[in-house]
Design a protein around this ligand. Sequence first.
Ligand code: ZN
Length: 232
Amino acid sequence: MTDQIKKLLAYQAADAAVDEAEKKVKTSKARKTANLMKQRYELAVEERKKLIASRDEAETLVASMAAEIDKLASLADVDRAKDAPEDVDALKKLLAEIDKISQNLKKAEDKLNQINSLVAANEKKINEYAAVANKAKEEFNANKAEYEEIYAQAKPEIDALAAEREKVKADVDKTLLAKYLSLKKNKITPTAPLTNSRCGGCHMEMPAFAVSNATKNGYCECENCGRIIYVE
Ligand SMILES: [Zn+2]
């Protein structure tokens, strides 16, 4: 193994130590719960908004239905108040009209009752979602505080490890370092040993020239996964 690779691997180890320390904080139960509660809160607020919109729509409908009912009721009243016509046909016609208006009135009232009970059920749900949102917010705040405490406790260690990483970084060959950082950014483990002429990462067989390059320079790049392949 060349000195250049040794330095790169030392940097990789220091880098992994920082990642590990950060991971402990990031994967803490408090952070996960805080994230979950944030999602729950947002969902409840969103659902509640939708319900309020549909309640407002229903209330507009109720208002227009109520106006319609008033109109029908006053029509029926006016007709009843009239003196009954003496003509039998006219009387039958009037009675039929009153009957029809009364039927429409009944239908409208039934529909209004239906809508009103839907509005009441909706109102109940709106309150339930408000309670869910409030509770989620409370739990979010509690877990956020806990997470911040965990982070504050871990921070000195993370900072020390990061400082150590910076120290080791200075010794790494610039080309290799750039390659390493770019691979890591793409979530690829940046290095792997050359193992029986294969990439130790993806196990792809390396072409002869690549193996010979690796032997000569201490490393080569895997054409398949892009890793820095080093000779042990
Ligand atoms: Zn590979």
